[in-house]
Design a protein around this ligand. Structure first.
Ligand code: PLP
Length: 542
């Protein structure tokens, strides 16, 4: 902590200096800059406190709502940030933190991010972004090609065309999904005769004009919660996102999907979009996209693929076939900030038809003039940073074969971990990894045997105790700060679809070794023994 606090003054001179004079190399900020550019992992390891403080304690550091009347010296405040913020943040890039979809970043991201922030380009319009606009269009072209594999001529024709867009870059998968449905909705309920289109007249008049009794989105019960937000904002309501049951591998049941489409048609309810998930957030499974595309075609419905997390798998020639059928989607969401190792704030949606974004086109007099190449005329967000540059740089520096290695290694590592869990008498694998994500839980051999010979009712009782134990272990492990797995609740078929608490692991960090994975299990075994009620209660049943 700072001892005798210096006081700064808000003067013209001091204000001028914070815009012009960089901190000296040996100042706190200068030293941080040096340390993070030389060794980010070391810096984070040194400054993030391992042992977790209670959130209620941390909140006390952020209690005042008063805007300071007195300025702080840069160095003093930087020290304050190190103590109060950095120390209490989460070490997302640690190789033993295997519970998040946000992973480690390659070191070049740091200086390039600084460059991007320093340039402070605004991608909403050409006037404030210049080269960043064609760069972003090129990135969208590359990602479009990754999904749809059209030929050179196609990209020459559309990539930089003012009135078309191969996609939209945005802050993440949520906005990407919303943009996809916005486009689908406006194309479905477009202007027709006297009706000026939903964009002008709204949902009420649109349904009246087209004589529909409702509008729904269909997705498996593993769909991401962002779809409900979209439905809410688009005016059709969260209950209009209809969940279709999944099979034993967490993939949508296509027969049930088709039956639902038939039923809705009879009820005069229009399907706005069928959504395939390529890499479910909880289990990492991929829907049968090809079959879903057939159904979407049969019912003349927009087909969207939410590949926010799993889309990067397309960079692997080996695993690309798992997503077969994605090229038939009308729109596809991919988050570069998940499996493409780009920092957060990099999502995108690509459209099969470069003309489809016309349905959400907006113009204004001072910017986004008709015929301009301003990206803002086809995006939900207005002012937007040049994040596309980081995707651009990663695609060049890592390249497709580099990404393929990262993707393949992640999947191999997940399979290794699944094998270890299966081999271990006291762990139970809940979902097999299809990509680099799996779920499991601690479940002692004796309890596993008991479950196998129990009635459904008894199973529920045992599983309730196991849920408590899983929660206990996960929380303790997080608090200890050595390693981290996440936790979710999913329906497990082997227990009659009971919602069961499980550990969830995402293995995208190339620095996560087999040894680290083994250590995670060892730690969980030890933590289980620390439980004073759940484990003894369980064992007393056996
Ligand atoms: C992460 C995720 C989203 C949401 O993306 P954000 O970038 O968090 O907004 C949507 N769908 C799926 C399948 C995801 O994994």
């Amino acid at each position: 902590m700072t001892t005798n606090k210096r006081t700064a003054k808000a003067t013209q001179e001091s204000l001028h200096s914070i815009f012009t004079i960089p901190e000296a190399p040996d100042s706190t900020l200068g030293l941080i800059e040096k340390e993070i550019s030389e060794n980010l992992a070391g810096f984070l390891g040194n400054h993030i406190a391992a042992k977790e403080r209670a959130l209620s304690e941390i909140e006390k550091d952020f209690a005042s709502s008063a805007i300071p009347e007195e300025p702080s010296f840069v160095s003093d405040h930087t020290r304050h940030i190190l103590d109060k913020v950095v120390a209490q943040s989460v070490h997302t890039s640690s190789p033993s933190f295997i519970g998040h979809m946000t992973s480690a970043l390659p070191y070049f991201i740091l200086p390039l991010s600084k460059l991007m922030v320093g340039l402070n380009q605004n991608l909403v319009k050409i006037e404030t972004s210049k080269a960043f606009t064609p760069l972003e269009r090129q990135v969208l072209g590359m990602m479009h090609r990754l999904v749809y594999q059209d030929n050179d001529h196609f990209y020459e024709q559309w990539m930089h065309s003012a009135n078309h867009s191969l996609g939209a870059f945005c802050s993440g998968g949520t906005v990407a999904n919303l943009t996809a449905f916005w486009v689908a909705r406006n194309n479905l309920l477009k202007a027709d005769g006297d009706f000026k289109g939903i964009a002008r007249e709204g949902l009420f008049n649109a349904l009246k004009h087209y004589k529909y009794d409702g509008l729904v989105i269909l997705v498996s019960d593993r769909g991401h919660y962002s779809l409900k937000k979209s439905a809410d904002i688009l005016g059709i309501g969260q209950d209009s996102v209809i969940s279709i049951p999944t099979d034993g591998h967490n993939r949508i049941d296509c027969q049930k999907l088709r039956e639902k489409c038939l039923e809705l048609k009879q009820r005069n309810i229009r399907v706005l979009s069928i959504v395939g998930v390529a890499g479910t957030t909880e289990t990492g499974n991929i829907d049968p996209l090809d079959k879903m595309a057939d159904i979407a075609e049969e019912f003349q419905t927009h087909f969207h693929v939410d590949a926010a997390w799993g889309g990067a798998t397309l960079l692997s020639n080996k695993y690309r076939p798992l997503l077969k059928g994605i090229e038939r989607a009308d729109s596809v969401t991919i988050d570069a900030h998940k499996q493409m190792y780009v920092p957060m704030g990099a999502g995108l949606v690509v459209f099969k038809n470069p003309a489809s974004v016309a349905s959400i086109e907006h113009h204004a007099e001072y910017i986004l003039r008709k015929g301009s190449k301003d990206l803002g005329s086809h995006t939900l967000e207005g002012s937007r940073p040049g994040m596309a540059m980081l995707v651009y740089a990663s695609l060049h520096i890592i390249s497709r074969p580099g990404y393929e290695m990262l993707i393949n290694q992640g999947i191999d590592r997940a399979r290794y971990f699944a094998k270890r869990i299966n081999q271990h008498a006291d762990f139970e694998l809940i979902t097999e990894p299809e990509l680099c994500l799996l779920t499991y839980r601690y479940n002692p051999k004796a309890v596993q045997n008991l479950l196998a010979s129990s009635s459904a009712e008894q199973q529920d009782k045992i599983n309730d105790l196991l849920d408590d134990l899983t929660k206990f272990i996960q929380k303790r492990q997080r608090e200890n700060g050595k390693s981290f797995v996440s936790r979710t609740r999913i329906e497990v078929q082997r227990y009659q679809g009971r919602k069961t608490v499980v550990f969830r692991v995402v293995l995208a960090n190339p620095l996560t070794s087999n040894e680290i994975l083994n250590d995670v299990l060892v730690e969980q075994l030890e933590l289980a023994q620390e439980s004073e009620t759940f484990l003894p209660d369980l064992l007393s049943l056996t």
